[in-house]
Design a protein around this ligand. Sequence first.
Ligand SMILES: *[C@@H]1O[C@H](CO)[C@@H](O)[C@H](O)[C@H]1NC(C)=O
Ligand SMILES: *[C@@H]1O[C@H](CO)[C@@H](O)[C@H](O)[C@H]1NC(C)=O
Ligand SMILES: *[C@@H]1O[C@H](CO)[C@@H](O)[C@H](O)[C@H]1NC(C)=O
Ligand SMILES: *[C@@H]1O[C@H](CO)[C@@H](O)[C@H](O)[C@H]1NC(C)=O
Ligand SMILES: *[C@@H]1O[C@H](CO)[C@@H](O)[C@H](O)[C@H]1NC(C)=O
Length: 643
Amino acid sequence: MRPSLTLTLLALGSVAQGAVSLEDSSLSPRDIEDFKRAIEARSLVDDIWNDIKNAATCTACQGILVLLMGVAEFGNSAFVNIATGLCELAKVEDTDVCVGTIALEGPIIANSLRNMDLGSETAQLFCESFLGLCAEPTVPQWNVPFPSPKPSTGRPAPSGKTPLKVVQYSDIHVDPLYVSGSSTNCTKPICCRPYTAADEPGSSTSPAGPNGDHNCDAPVSLETSLYQAIQELVPDAAFTLFTGDIVDHAVWNTSQAYNQQSITNAYTSMSQYLGLVYGTAGNHEASPVNAFPVASISNSSQWVYDLLSDEWTPWVGVSEKADIENFGAYSTKYPNGNLRIISLNTNFYYRMNFWLYQETMEQDPDGQIAWLVTELDAAEKAGERVYIIGHMPLGVGDAFHAGSNYVDQVVNRYSSTIAAMFFGHTHVDHFEISYSNYSSQDAAHAVMTSYICPSLTPTSGMPSFRVYDVDPETFAVLDTTTYIADMTNAAFQTTGPVWTKYYSAKEAYGSKLSPPVTDPAAELTPAFWHNVTALFQSDSASFNQYIAYKSRGWNVASCTGDCATAELCQLRAARSENNCQTIAPGLHFNKRSEVVDEQEHAVNSDECGLSAGMKTLNSLAMRKDLLEELASRYNALKGSAAY
Ligand SMILES: *[C@@H]1O[C@H](CO)[C@@H](O)[C@H](O)[C@H]1NC(C)=O
Ligand SMILES: *[C@@H]1O[C@H](CO)[C@@H](O)[C@H](O)[C@H]1NC(C)=O
Ligand SMILES: *[C@@H]1O[C@H](CO)[C@@H](O)[C@H](O)[C@H]1NC(C)=O
Ligand SMILES: *[C@@H]1O[C@H](CO)[C@@H](O)[C@H](O)[C@H]1NC(C)=O
Ligand SMILES: *[C@@H]1O[C@H](CO)[C@@H](O)[C@H](O)[C@H]1NC(C)=O
């Protein structure tokens, strides 16, 4: 008789944590011998596989964790070697991408695994994110404390005065190694680099134009054309919001020096062409990508904060230096009006920030939420209006339910002070609505709009930026107009990108609502946006138009049935636990080319993470041969250790 999987897990779990050796555990010597044989005979793998087949997926995942934790116990290099080998076997990426990415992110994953307790909330989250095998645990209850009760005043009425113009652009992902004429057809996350001789200009049968391609990140020429277009088309802009992600998607080949150069180049260019710019920290600014530890664990992203502080303080003031250097956020007064800009470091709520999978996860990483409350309370007392900006919108599947829930409580409390919120990250054009009661998602309960700006990088649509018409007194958003550079225009690769108005939200949707919202002075309130989602539900032409706008007319797929239901659910979920995303092996990892066609319309899962480690672990839940390989390599490690 061999011991049950649970027993095996318990004993192995304590071994994996290094707390006790197998022989010291409280199991009888007979049990220990039995399950040692079970593992060596790979029946652990059979048990796991049966559990997966029988849909006992969370238990199965704990079994896989035992093996991964066991490997991690042998140190970072053992973990990196084995994970890289599995990545190559699984063929989730090219060998150099497997090697480079896992060398960067493997040690962070191994660190989390070494500190993990089987069956804990962290282990469940890990199983959900990395393997698609557990549901996300219920949000641990935390009633965010507020220093004062919510006032009864609502959103202020628009002043009717001449609107200001505010610009937003996002996800520029500039590739300094983009080579015009190199191949646009490659097997890596981004092309347009001469990876092989056949990719070189002159040899390639699918040469890249000088100004960008949908299979590639933005060349510097496209970035420059964006800033010039803003200068020309919006010369009267009051200020600009840049919602992050400067560094390209060649995440297997980043370094601190490389990212530093990209970040410095981008902000230097912005300050050359644009006036006042408010920035925020994208997940791609760090190297390894996404790696933003809380301060109590590591200072490995301190250089990002220090650099952003240097770049931002000319715009936001030296008084913000301390907050930026502490956790990458700031709260600053707009000098020409009654507005405060609060820039949040959303990487603290980001599923692909592997530093967050600590056994005791911080309820409020680095105290950012408590800080946000203090800033908002002061703004409310001072009668200021507030814009919150951040990189990742908090309703997407990439946002942990817990962090998203806590921020949502804050947004609800200060919904009459916050005029609007602005994000990027998903690369597509959409929005999210916050409600005061997510069980009553109607116009009366809609309290906030998150505007999500489409990207400059052309990997999921035409290069874009936004212009908001805003009330100069209340800073309410009165309209949003998206501009694009149409890559099918012959001029794009010759005389250069031609930037034109694509659509205005009020023009596209306002007249179709009842009552119509067409008055230029009317605010696009959260209730307006809720009514737009109701329009999408009742009028498929409007919904299809929205779907086309999402990717700016590029590669537009049809979205009906479950896809449409999921899309509406996501629009009505600024709180990620309400976004209707369910977990399944493989969910997060469609290849880029498929993302827009098959998945992005439905769930807006971003294509920014590009974690080879995550893809590799995910394949363990889908391919028994890989799991057997992991078990066998783990056994080989154990065999070679003095044990
Ligand atoms: C890209 O390259 C592959 C392999 O060489 C080839 O099979 C495929 O047809 C190419 N695709 C395009 C769109 O040229
Ligand atoms: C990796 O980055 C370095 C610069 O840091 C660059 O010289 C090299 O060409 C890059 N490799 C690839 C495959 O893009
Ligand atoms: C990070 O901490 C280490 C010691 O714990 C210190 O030597 C190093 O200078 C710190 N790095 C930065 C960028 O602050
Ligand atoms: C939220 O809405 C639901 C459905 O209408 C209702 O049952 C519930 O009482 C509401 N919750 C609060 C706190 O008002
Ligand atoms: C939203 O629609 C409701 C009717 O369903 C209407 O009463 C309300 O005025 C609309 N709100 C806005 C801002 O358009």
